[in-house]
Design a protein around this ligand. Structure first.
Ligand SMILES: *Cc1c(COP(=O)(O)O)cnc(C)c1O
Length: 357
């Protein structure tokens, strides 16, 4: 039976990415060697790293004056690297979920942290608005898509201090005005590649302003200067990321992907709102994520949760169990998820409704 892969991460990748990566694992660029057993300083791999940077710049329309680096450690290491490299005395954080909270916690190791607003008292089911950002903060940190709770910031904030964004789970899902950000970072395993590589887009003039000593590997400048080749980069994930970006470009780029993502999310949210057996966990439509769609059994149908999970599983749905802190269901609808899979889930919800009518 065909599987519909709704995992939140690692998550579905384009078949093209998987096929091309298999080929490179067997015979990389006609070298007769696997990409796993060839120097990262060999010509064909240096070309892959160059292409990764170039495709990021092209597809996200990254302006002059920015660098793109690829490092290990996951987005979680960025929670520390950001304050290490940017915080002089004070930073501001918007607390929209578990990942945002973790970023905030790390920042406290480096100076004063102002939590400008939090949605914690409502299980992070909305994006706070109308808060004040201290003017003397060195930067303001946001998490654009809250993978666990299904909320998303859909606009590029226009603020007067450097804006830093964790875009782990919505990078390349919509056009982004990179010029509004000082740093954008994310782990690759949601929308881009297998886990192991983290991308960081950095406005060069933001660096070099802190007094503290920064360990070499945690210093952004190291990786900018050496074009992500200071140490051995995660070669296979970087190669896979390039394949995903080629696939994305072939689909018409980020603007086209955004249209498709809105269509896919719309199909599922419409069904959640229509079907009396289910309800969405994010009440305000403008805060709803296009990438992670969370829903629970509606009032009066709570005891049907296990039945629906079994029914959906029997129809090929995989990875729709909600995060333990929210419960219910979460369907992750990343770029590579075909609209057919969303439709299959919608059909299953309708069938389940009819069975229980
Ligand atoms: C998954 C995720 C992370 C954690 O990424 P790692 O690469 O596992 O460290 C951080 N932020 C967001 C928004 C995520 O979705």
């Amino acid at each position: 039976m065909k599987k519909h892969n709704f995992y939140a991460g690692p998550s579905i990748l384009p078949q093209f990415t998987i096929d091309e990566t298999i080929k490179a694992i067997q015979d990389f660029a006609g070298t007769g060697l696997s990409i796993m057993e060839i120097s990262h300083r060999s010509k064909p791999f240096v070309a892959v790293m160059d292409e990764a940077q170039a495709m990021f710049k092209e597809l996200l329309n990254i302006p002059e004056g920015y660098s793109v680096i690829f490092v290990g450690g996951g987005a979680s290491t960025q929670f520390a690297m950001v304050p290490y490299n940017l915080m002089k005395t004070k930073a501001a954080y918007l607390n929209t979920g578990a990942w945002a909270s973790k970023a905030l916690k790390e920042a406290k190791l480096f100076g004063e942290v102002v939590e400008v607003a939090s949605s914690k008292d409502k299980t992070f089911n909305f994006i706070p608005k109308g808060y004040v950002i201290p003017e003397d903060a060195d930067y303001f940190h946001i998490t654009t898509n809250n993978t666990i709770y299904g909320t998303e910031i859909h606009e590029d904030y226009d603020i007067d201090i450097p804006l830093v964004a964790d875009m782990s789970s919505d990078i390349f899902s919509r056009p982004v005005d990179v010029s509004k950000y000082a740093i954008i970072y994310g782990g690759a395993q949601k929308n881009l590649a297998p886990s192991g590589v983290t991308f960081v887009i950095i406005r060069n003039d933001i660096l070099g302003k802190v007094e503290r000593q920064i360990p070499t590997m945690l210093n952004y400048q190291t990786h900018i200067d050496k074009e992500s080749m200071f140490n051995t980069p995660p070669v296979v994930p970087v190669f896979a990321a390039v394949q995903t970006l080629k696939w994305l470009k072939g689909k018409g780029g980020v603007a086209e992907m955004y249209k498709i993502n809105k269509h896919k999310a719309g199909l599922l949210y419409d069904e959640i709102d229509r079907n009396p057996m289910f309800k969405g966990t994010v009440p305000d439509k403008e805060d709803r994520s296009l990438m992670n769609i969370c829903f629970v059994m509606n009032d009066g149908f709570e005891d049907k949760e296990k039945d629906f999970m079994e029914f959906a599983t029997s129809k090929g749905m995989v990875g729709i169990k909600g995060h333990r802190s929210v419960g219910g269901f979460r369907a992750s609808t990343y770029n590579a998820l075909p609209v057919e899979s969303v439709q299959a889930l919608v059909d299953a919800m309708q069938e389940f409704e009819n069975m229980n009518a």
